[in-house]
Every structure is written in C-alpha cells, then in structure tokens.
Design a protein around this ligand. Structure first.
Ligand SMILES: NC(=O)c1ccc[n+]([C@@H]2O[C@H](COP(=O)([O-])OP(=O)(O)OC[C@H]3O[C@@H](n4cnc5c(N)ncnc54)[C@H](O)[C@@H]3O)[C@@H](O)[C@H]2O)c1
Ligand SMILES: [Zn+2]
Length: 695
C-alpha cells in the first residue's frame, strides 16, 4: 500500500518541498526528531520526484531524489565499496513485477532468493584488522561515512575480536531493541535530556554522540561481509564469489550477531511464492518482535546473479525492500484521561487527534505513568509520535518539542482517585488508588449514596471507605442490613452519627424505584433515563420481566441500548433480590404499568396509556436559578417533578420544546426560547402549574 505523493504545483512549492525534505532527512539521520513521520517524508519525496519528471530543467542540485540518505548526510571516511540504500515495493504485485524486471535484466529467472528482516536502525561498516575491530563508520552519503569508532564496545553483537584473525569489513544494522530503547530514554531523561522519539532515532543519536556521561547499549545485526585492501587474497576471492546465504553463515561463525538467533531468521527461497509466504510469516510476528523491523529485504542469493544485475547510484538492482505499513505516525495530543484499573492502578491515557496507522484509526494511546509524563515534559497540544504494531495497545513515544507553538498546556494530574475519590498512593511510579481492588466498590457505593440516587446523608466517601475497609459492606445491599453495633464499632462513629446514618438509610429504603434503579449504575441509565424506565414499568418486577423489545418501548431507548440494559439488569439480579429482601422499595409512586401488548391491540382506543398530568406530552427545559417554592430543588429534582407531572425533561431548547422555566440569571436558553417563540414560565408560574405534584 503506497501512500499518494504530495501535490507540488509550481517552482516555489518545489523548492520549499526540497528544503523541507532535506531538513527532515538531516534530522532523521542525525538522531534528531524529524518534523515528518516516514509516510509523510516518503509522500513528499515522491511528490518531488513526480514534479522533477515533469520539469527536468528545474531539478535542484540539493534534491533528495536518487541519493543515499536523501543527500542530507556527509562523511569523510571513504567506503571501500558504496554503501547503498534499497528500492522499495509495497505489495505482492509490485514485488512480482520487480522479479520480472530483474529476470529480464540478467537474462534468466533469479536462481534463488535470500529473505531476511529489514531491521529498523542504521547501517554501519565495521572494519576488522586481523580479527580486531579497528574502525566503525556510518553509511554517510554512501561513498563516505562518519567515523564513529568511539562507539566500539557499546554495541552488543559486534565483537571487539572475531573468532578468526581475518581482515574483513562486516556491514550491518545498529539498532536499539525495545528494552534498550526504554532504558536509553530513562537514562537520558535522568540526565536532563529529551527522550528520543523512537528506537531508530535513539540508535542514530547514540551512535554519533561522542562525549556522554553515560553509555547505553545497542545491538548489531550483521548482513554483509566484504574484503578490505588488506584481506588475504584467497579469502577475498571467496567472499566475492560466495552466495549471500554462505556469507551470512561465515559472518555468524566469526562471532557476529545476525538474525539467526531471532524469531525471524534469514531464509532462502526458490520461488516468488515462497518469498511471498515468508513475507507473510515475518509480517505476522512483527508486532511481537523485541526489535523494530520496517519490512523484509529480498536479495538475489547467488553472487553471479548479483554481478549480472549490478547497482544504480542509490540502490543495488539485485535487492529490494518489501516495506510493511508504517507503525508510527505523528499526531496531536488533545487530552489526558485517568483510568483506574481493576487493581486500582491509575493509568493516564492520551486522547489523540485521530490518526490512521496501518489501516486502523487511533484515538487513544497509553502514557505509562505520571512520572513518565513529567520526565518527557509532555503537554496538551503537543505533536507526538504514536507507535502501534499489530494488536498491541498504541503508545505515545515522545513529544516533538521543536514543533511547539507556545499554546501547549501542562497536563493536570489528579489530586484524588478519579474513580472513587480516595487518596492516591504515590510511592511508586505507577500511582494507585489507596482502595486498590476495592476502588470500584467504593466508587459504586459513593455513587449510589449520592444526592441524585439514594441520597443518603452522612454517607460520604470517607465513611464509605471506612465501611469497606472494615469489611462491613461488600455490596450495595449490605448498607441496608448494617446494625447499630457494627456502626458504633467504627472509629469516629458516636451515638449521634450512628443514629443519623441509620435514619438516613431507613429513608433511603423508601426512595422511589427510579432512584433505586439509578443507584444500581446500569450503563446507559443515568438520572433521567432511570426515571423514564421506572415510570414506564412502575415496578422492578416489570422491569426485570422486560425483554429488549419491551425495553425499547421506553422513550429514548433504541435498538442498541435496549439489549445491554436488559443484560446488565440480568447480571444484577442477585443484588436486586438482596436489596428487595432488605426492604428496599421497588415501585415507582404514581406510575401505572404498561398495558400488555395483547390487551392494547384488542382495545382500539388508547393503545398505550398517555401520561396524565398538567405537563402531559410536553418537553420542558429548566434554566436559571429556581426561587419561591422551587428554591430548594436541585436540577435533578426539578426534572423528577416535571416527569411526575407527565412531562419530559430536557436540557436543551429546540423546536420540540413546549415550555421553558426561566429563573433568575437565565441566559442563552431563554434567548433561544424567545427566538423560537416557545412559551416561557417564571418559577412561580411553573410552581402553580404543577402545584399538585410538589411534595
Ligand atoms: N521521517 C523522516 O523525516 C525521514 C527522513 C529520511 C528518511 N526517512 C525514511 O527512511 C527511509 C529511507 O532510508 P534509507 O535510505 O536509510 O533506506 P531504507 O531504510 O529504506 O533501506 C536501506 C537500508 O536498509 C537497512 N537494512 C536493514 N536490514 C537490512 C538487511 N537485512 N539487508 C540489507 N539492508 C538492510 C540498511 O541500513 C540499508 O541502508 C524511508 O523509508 C523514509 O521514510 C524518513
Ligand atoms: Zn479509587
């Protein structure tokens, strides 16, 4: 799957594109953070190439096309043989076409293919003199590279001493495994540095850095072996004539690390089909590999085929990179959510500007822990590199600090557990709710005791935590069987508080069904939905007898919501039974149960009993401060009142609104009602209208 080329319309746009691409490549190869992700860079370069094809006279000398490393890097140590890049294919069709053109070039089908993972690091040449590692050189512009011999000794798999005293050049990739990358970022940020965006970037930056107060390990994978001027002529001849697969055995025998010991060892293949099957195998395990790969490299295995094919200025013609979809994209961090897991771990999660990675739209990514956010100085609004491979949870790698506009905002950390409100245990990097596994219980009990649910005065979060900690309450129903002795046994519970709490619980036992239902916390049944369900069915037994179809008869419950509500209520059956056994009210005062469907159809007049009351059939919106007889009512209680009086409450004014109750300070909703010509009432007028229903 090739992403489309960037559209370049004129010479100034072309010049800008060249400048952008060269700048990005310079950052990319130097271990800095490129402002572009790989897809964006490749799209830009393809756009540049397309423009150049149409305007050959305008081609700028600094253009990245046709050059190793996009021409953005230089070096002063000449290579013995050019270190080239690779051409790419993105599909089985493109690969097959490539093999056909290669066959035409060499005059016969490729004898045998060699297939290996395309390691996502950077290429280096390691020169060995009589078995001793003497020089390490980067690829540079392909003809000359940079001397990075200072890194000798920090690259695992690249021995100081070969198993045999040979003079040879070993080529291969230096990369950081995922574990090495995490370690590197930890060490780097501890020394006050910015974290690297990804392992490739980290390897490039680390390899080139000369004076560091610390060392971080990297890993080498050998994929090339060639003679040097001082190589024994017999060996040199052998190296030049050997099949690539034999060279790989030889280099491994010298003690150099190769892909052999990984889950994706190099293989040889006789046919295109075999190559494609191996490509699929490697792609399938990519996400679980302990290091990054960005494709599969396929080479003509025999030296004779390679020599017949030859090389271009940028890439050999006998090898190709079969690119796998990019697993990293740059996008914006919009918000951070704090979620509490089953064990009470409070984990930050980033909300992203949606970005498509390998065919999936990503909107969330994990941020490991608060310390990690601080270390990386991540801010809201930052451009971040997001990594997602396979089914692994997407993660935010790093912020692109140099892309900041100044509008970024600090990330707010929670003061108390965002789920249950208890204290947070901050002793470890991973924060934890002090309630641990009980967090969920504390949260659900606190919710149930809340003002809009059972409204149990005196049962705040501290008390709930106390009851849970003491093991007195393991579910909502246990609240209703608490004894005086049990409560008196608790710290800071005197006679008065105990009696008050027991009295409040006794009152709660008589709450209408709508509040009991709401207290159960079934997903999709908040305050107003619970009221609608309770008024529709009138009793808990009716609610529990309802199937999805019957549930859909409730105003506002659609085909999607109904089955999940029914299923969740079924799961709660034991708790509901326990609540009923504890004497909790299970009926809705004033509501009449629905007429069974059979009876309704025989009785032609009123199929479904219309709601009675002064507000029957009306949608009512309340705004501003309530005064007079309504002064003490919360919004939820106002809504309950509206529904008792036969109406339907809503929070937004629309053409469907029949009445707006506008108190002091009513603003935009009142204005909207006026502009739509909707009837307005003062709190006093409204109180008179529903006087019979005010309790
Ligand atoms: N984000 C950016 O700003 C930016 C800038 C420049 C380049 N890039 C990316 O870099 C890529 C081009 O980089 P490149 O020129 O280094 O080429 P490349 O990474 O596409 O392929 C060539 C390299 O593959 C490596 N390789 C890995 N495993 C190998 C194996 N088994 N056998 C042989 N070689 C193997 C070698 O280092 C070789 O030099 C593009 O995909 C582009 O997206 C990105
Ligand atoms: Zn909690």
């Amino acid at each position: 799957m090739t992403t489309p080329a960037a559209e370049i319309v004129d010479a100034p746009a072309y010049a800008q594109a060249v400048q952008d691409a060269v700048g990005a490549a310079a950052a990319y190869y130097a271990g800095g953070t490129s402002p572009l992700d790989d897809d964006a860079y490749d799209r830009l370069v393809r756009g540049i190439a397309a423009y150049e094809a149409g305007h050959p006279e305008q081609v700028l000398p600094e253009s990245p096309t046709g050059k190793v490393a996009g021409g953005a890097v230089e070096g002063d140590v000449p290579h013995t043989a050019a270190m080239l890049s690779l051409d790419n294919v993105f599909s089985a069709e493109e690969f097959t076409a490539w093999t056909e053109s290669l066959a035409r070039r060499i005059g016969h089908e490729v004898t045998r293919f060699h297939v290996g993972p395309k390691l996502d690091g950077l290429a280096v040449a390691a020169r060995y003199t009589e078995g001793r590692l003497t020089r390490l050189i980067t690829r540079g512009d392909g003809t000359a590279g940079e001397d990075v011999s200072h890194a000798i000794g920090t690259v695992e798999g690249l021995p100081d001493q070969l198993a045999e005293p040979v003079t040879v050049e070993v080529r291969g990739e230096v990369l950081m495994t995922t574990a090495q990358f995490e370690y590197a970022n930890e060490v780097r940020t501890q020394h006050g540095g910015q974290p690297f965006a990804n392992p490739r970037n980290a390897a490039a930056g680390t390899l080139r850095a000369r004076e560091r107060l610390y060392t971080v390990p990297m890993t080498f994978f050998g994929y090339g072996l060639l003679p040097l001027p001082g190589t024994d002529p017999v060996l040199a001849e052998r190296l030049n004539a050997s099949a690539y697969s034999d060279l790989m055995h030889l280099v491994a025998g010298f003690g150099v690390h190769t892909s052999t010991s990984t889950p994706v060892p190099d293989t040889v293949a006789e046919t295109v089909e075999q190559v494609l099957a191996r490509v699929q195998e490697i792609a399938a395990v990519r996400a679980g590999l302990p290091f990054g790969i960005d494709g599969i490299v396929i080479k003509a295995d025999l030296a004779a085929d390679q020599q017949a094919a030859g090389s271009g200025s940028r890439a050999p013609r006998w090898a190709i990179a079969y690119k796998l979809p990019a697993v990293e994209k740059i996008t914006r961090l919009l918000a951070v959510e704090w979620n509490v897991g089953r064990t009470g771990i409070i984990a930050p999660r980033g909300v992203l500007e949606p970005v498509v990675i390998d065919g999936s739209t990503i909107t969330y990514a994990t941020l490991h822990n608060p310390a990690d956010i601080t270390r990386r100085d991540l801010r809201l609004g930052d451009q971040v590199m997001v990594h997602r491979a396979g089914d692994v949870i997407p993660r935010i790698q790093a912020p692109a600090a140099h892309l900041r506009t100044g509008d970024e905002q600090p990330i707010a950390f929670p003061e108390v557990c965002p789920r249950c409100g208890s204290d947070i245990d901050r002793r470890e990097e991973r924060w934890r709710c002090t309630q641990g596994r009980n967090c969920h219980l504390v949260a659900s009990l606190s919710y149930a005791a809340g003002r809009d649910q059972l409204d149990i005065e005196g049962l705040g979060i501290t008390r709930v935590v106390q009851l849970v900690d003491a093991g007195l309450v393991t579910d909502l129903a246990d609240l209703f069987t608490l004894t005086r002795e049990q409560l008196l046994g608790l710290d800071r519970m005197g006679e008065t508080s105990t009696d008050n709490l027991l009295a409040a619980i006794a009152v709660a036992r008589q709450q209408p069904l709508s509040r009991v239902l709401c207290a159960l916390g079934v997903r999709g049944t908040g305050r107003s939905m619970s009221r609608r369900i309770a008024r529709h069915f009138a009793t808990m037994d009716n609610i529990r007898a309802a199937d999805a179809e019957a549930m859909q008869q409730v105003d506002g419950i659609g085909v999607e919501k109904a089955p999940s509500i029914v299923a969740e209520l079924a799961e709660l059956a034991p708790l509901v039974d326990k609540l009923a056994a504890a004497g909790v009210n299970m009926t809705e005062p004033g509501a009449t149960p629905p007429v069974p469907a059979v009876e309704a159809s025989t009785d032609g007049e009123t199929p479904v009993a219309a709601e009675a009351g002064p507000l029957a059939g009306m949608t009512v919106v309340v705004t501003g401060t309530m005064t007079g007889p309504l002064e003490k009512l919360s919004r939820n209680e106002m809504n309950e009142l509206i529904e008792r009086a036969g109406g339907r409450s809503s929070s937004s004014v629309s053409k469907k609104t029949a009445l707006v109750v506008a108190g002091d300070g009513a603003g935009s909703k009142r204005a909207k009602a006026e502009s739509l010509g909707i009837r307005l009432a003062t709190p006093a007028e409204f109180a008179a209208l529903v006087a019979d229903y005010l309790d």
